[in-house]
Design a protein around this ligand. Structure first.
Ligand SMILES: Nc1ncnc2c1ncn2[C@@H]1O[C@H](COP(=O)(O)OP(=O)(O)O)[C@@H](O)[C@H]1O
Ligand SMILES: [Mg+2]
Length: 419
């Protein structure tokens, strides 16, 4: 009985959504992602209008059997079945009233198209809740396809330099990263600036949205950039500067332009430039002029790109702040420091890393024994402990396993230092 009730609600939701999409000036952005994905047309790079609904569409989107959907349709007096299984609402208002009686607000605000028919307030909320079209893998892929059509070889050159991450592919969320209060505040500031970028533009404050993450390796810089992508529902363009710096130095400046061009095409997005200090590394004097040109291109590109105008949030990261000169520092309106975690933070990181393992561990002891460990070191030590337990045929992780792994890791750290 419940399956039938679900199939009825889902059928009506789809019909309402499609009807709203067909008759109002709504875009793909206002469709819930599963519906958007189902009707997506690659060639159009969008969802065609008008849309029709068939029984098999309901089945594909919501995972019902056609038997259930057919029975659902028969139980709904205001749904009409035409030839070839085409469905429609005979009386829209009756359908809408029925639907409102069956679902709660939480479901309504996941569907901007239906919310649009109910109230402006719910519509506003739904627009904030729904995954934006530009954050979807299918949108990113269609942008890439268009890029390939338009630029051919050049597109390949661009795409080679970066990784493009869609927000819902990011596994880690901000809550999983242990941050200092100062880091939290800095990150909230980024979030607020992004939410209010139109206002900032109105009041003439364009210089926001360029952030530098600074700290030793393994302190969460990359993870935070990715988690921000998920949190802000913005795709992330990840670039390692070492990849951009071509062995043919003349190409390096060109590569930098390519990266920024790609970011603009992907916008709104986050451009994450890792290993930002790479260009600062001194080399032979022959290379010097070319490097200098590349650095200038990079600094100019950073000056020129804007969150307000292009919708690109720039995050750079470096493990070696001492390599950056004043000209580079000046480009960023915000610096977020990623220190090695103190004892309290190490305890929290241990808890996060062991979240799915066991609660019967003494994190206080481990936190005090891991002085000098980065978050990444802690993760590695836990992984080693889990593996050695598995090698003994155990899935139960003990405090001893962890202590042993920490001891081993410390030995390795010491060896590295002595190298
Ligand atoms: N503060 C932290 N809180 C939680 N996990 C952390 C933290 N710092 C590092 N890690 C973990 O260590 C790993 C490496 O971190 P990463 O973000 O790549 O560091 P970085 O980019 O600073 O070198 C990630 O798996 C991350 O989850
Ligand atoms: Mg990193």
């Amino acid at each position: 009985m419940e399956i039938l009730a679900d199939a009825m609600v889902d059928t009506v939701e789809l019909l309402l959504t499609v009807q709203a999409y067909n008759t109002h000036t709504l875009s793909e952005h206002e469709l819930p992602p599963p519906i958007r994905r189902h009707f997506w047309n690659k060639k159009l790079r969008g969802v065609p209008k008008p849309l029709g609904v068939k029984v098999e569409d309901v089945c594909a989107i919501y995972g019902h059997s056609s038997e259930d959907v057919n029975r659902a349709v028969q139980s709904l007096p205001f749904v009409d079945v035409a030839d070839f299984g085409s469905l429609s609402l005979t009386v829209l208002d009756v359908g809408l009233e029925w639907y409102k009686g069956k679902v709660d607000d939480e479901r309504i605000v996941k569907n901007p198209a239906v919310a649009y028919c109910i109230s402006p307030e719910k519509y506003e909320r739904a627009l904030k809740e729904v995954l934006p079209l530009h954050a979807e893998r299918l949108w990113i892929d269609s942008m890439i396809e268009e890029l390939r059509r338009e630029l051919e070889e050049e597109a390949e050159e661009m795409l080679k330099l970066c990784t493009i991450v869609a927000p819902d592919e990011v596994m880690l969320s901000l809550e999983d990263i242990v941050l200092t209060d100062e880091q939290k505040e800095n990150i909230s500031k980024i979030v607020v600036a992004l939410e209010h970028r139109e206002y900032l533009s109105e009041v003439g404050l364009y210089d926001v949205g360029k952030v530098l993450f600074v700290g030793p390796p393994g302190t969460g810089k990359t993870s935070t950039a990715r988690a921000l992508s998920k949190h802000l529902k913005l795709p992330l363009l990840e670039v390692k500067l070492s990849m951009v710096t071509n062995q043919y130095l003349g190409e390096t400046s060109k590569n930098i332009d390519r990266v920024f061009e790609l970011a603009k095409r992907l916008s709104p997005c986050i451009l994450f430039i890792d290993e930002f200090d790479f260009v600062a590394k001194t080399r032979t004097s022959d290379e010097h002029a070319a490097i200098k040109r590349a650095v200038n291109t990079l600094l100019k590109a950073i000056d020129e790109i804007s969150l307000v105008r292009h919708g690109v949030l720039l995050i750079s990261a470096t493990n070696h702040p001492q390599l950056l000169d004043v000209a580079a520092w000046r480009r960023f309106d915000d610096v977020v420091w990623f220190p090695l975690p103190n004892e309290e933070m190490r305890r929290e990181i241990l808890k996060v890393v062991c979240k799915k393992i066991d609660r019967n561990l003494d994190f206080d002891e481990l936190a005090s024994l891991t002085e000098g460990f980065s978050g990444s070191d802690i993760r590695t030590a836990v992984k080693e402990a889990v593996l050695s337990a598995l090698m003994e045929g155990r899935k139960e992780l003990t405090q001893e396993d962890l202590l042993e792994a920490v001891k081993e890791f410390k030995k390795r750290l010491k060896m590295k230092k002595e190298e």
